[in-house]
Design a protein around this ligand. Structure first.
Ligand SMILES: NC(=O)c1ccc[n+]([C@@H]2O[C@H](COP(=O)([O-])OP(=O)(O)OC[C@H]3O[C@@H](n4cnc5c(N)ncnc54)[C@H](OP(=O)(O)O)[C@@H]3O)[C@@H](O)[C@H]2O)c1
Length: 323
């Protein structure tokens, strides 16, 4: 089968199209892959900088959508089903994958393979972040950094259905404003000077939740942007630096810094992924939540797709079309 493989940790451009053997399907769901999602860990992994380090050479990509070729008899999916699935955290950019049944989910007919390949990783993370960890309540205001990225656009699509009455998107450049607006942002502000902009937008009150996949030097101003009782959700560190927090800030303003580790939670809570999908799937099927509208690259250009996250040029979710 055709697959992308990384044999040296030289960054995204090490991702090459190769022919390798198809995986065996013993006890697993065998899926003909139509599209694979690209996420920030793919860029980090290609340089050996992510906490999960696959054996070399490896096939990048954590999520797919496609059609079931075969499945164990007692599985909840069967041959011919349109599905999305999690390879977590590599193996997705290939024509065939073999997944355990609890990482395969039936895709609503209204959701394309390309959109389906680009929703699990971020939407299930944001379900965990906003619902389980962040305790998002009706009428609250959510601010999200990196708002034109994968996690960012997922936040903007999902927060309103779980109660947010206002979403404030933070982007670094003017050309990303439209992406955040299209994903549903109520307001968009630039990263430079975001604290003052948020203060003005909220009449000095601040926001209830900050979703932070960026970290770095924005962290302190994010804490300062929280209203009393607010929560800063620590999602990731695309900015590079892992910030430190002076805990007196938490005490003085009655705010929380909340860790969000979706993969670790799913790994220790059997059945969690299927429970999450049971909440998300009807929202997608009914159109209450829009599917992502990804930027699509052909498989031959997987390296450029991964590079677009590293060089910050990606707009919205990025997906590779596999067949
Ligand atoms: N905690 C969890 O369970 C979990 C699950 C999934 C993903 N994550 C993490 O979430 C983060 C975001 O992932 P993603 O797939 O959404 O990435 P993405 O699509 O590339 O979006 C990340 C955003 O970060 C911003 N950014 C700021 N500084 C950057 C820099 N130096 N380089 C690149 N981007 C920079 C960019 O927006 P601007 O240019 O507008 O600033 C970009 O749009 C990653 O750290 C990932 O590991 C965590």
């Amino acid at each position: 089968m055709r697959a992308i493989q990384i044999a040296t940790l030289d960054g995204p451009q090490a991702a090459k199209l190769v022919e390798i053997d198809e995986p065996a399907g013993d006890g697993a769901v065998l899926i003909d892959v139509h599209a694979a999602g690209v996420a920030f860990p793919d860029a980090l992994q290609s340089r050996g900088l992510y906490q999960y380090k696959p054996d070399m050479p490896y096939t990048p990509g954590a999520e797919i959508a496609g059609v079931v070729r075969s499945a164990p008899e007692d599985a909840h999916v069967s041959a011919g089903d349109r599905v999305c699935g999690l390879t977590m955290l590599c193996g997705a950019m290939a024509e065939v994958v073999a997944l355990p049944p609890d990482r395969v989910f039936k895709l609503p007919d209204s959701v394309s393979f390309e959109a389906g390949a680009g929703l699990l990783f971020n939407d299930l993370t944001m379900h965990h972040a906003l619902r389980t960890r962040g305790r998002l309540a009706e009428g609250e205001t959510v601010l999200v950094h990196g708002a034109a990225g994968g996690i960012g656009t997922s936040t903007l699509r999902l927060a309103p259905v779980w109660g947010a009455s206002r979403t404030i998107a933070v982007v670094s450049t003017e050309d990303k404003i439209a992406v955040a607006k299209d994903a549903g942002a109520t307001d968009v502000v630039l990263a430079d000077g975001f604290k003052d902009a948020v203060k003005e937008l909220t009449g000095g009150r601040g926001v209830d939740i900050v979703v932070d996949p960026v970290g770095g030097d924005r962290f302190t101003d994010s804490l300062r942007s929280l209203a009393p009782g607010g929560r800063l959700l620590v999602i990731g560190f695309t900015g590079g630096e892992i910030p430190t927090v002076k805990v007196n800030r938490l005490l003085l303003n009655n705010v929380d810094a909340v860790g969000v580790g979706w993969g670790a939670w799913a790994g220790t809570h059997p059945g969690y992924l299927l429970e999450q999908w049971a909440e998300l799937e009807p929202l997608l099927a009914s159109g209450k939540v829009s599917a992502p509208t990804p930027e699509i690259y052909p498989l031959e250009r997987a390296a450029d797709a991964i590079a677009s996250l590293e060089d910050r040029s990606a707009k919205g979710k990025v997906v590779v079309a596999v067949r």
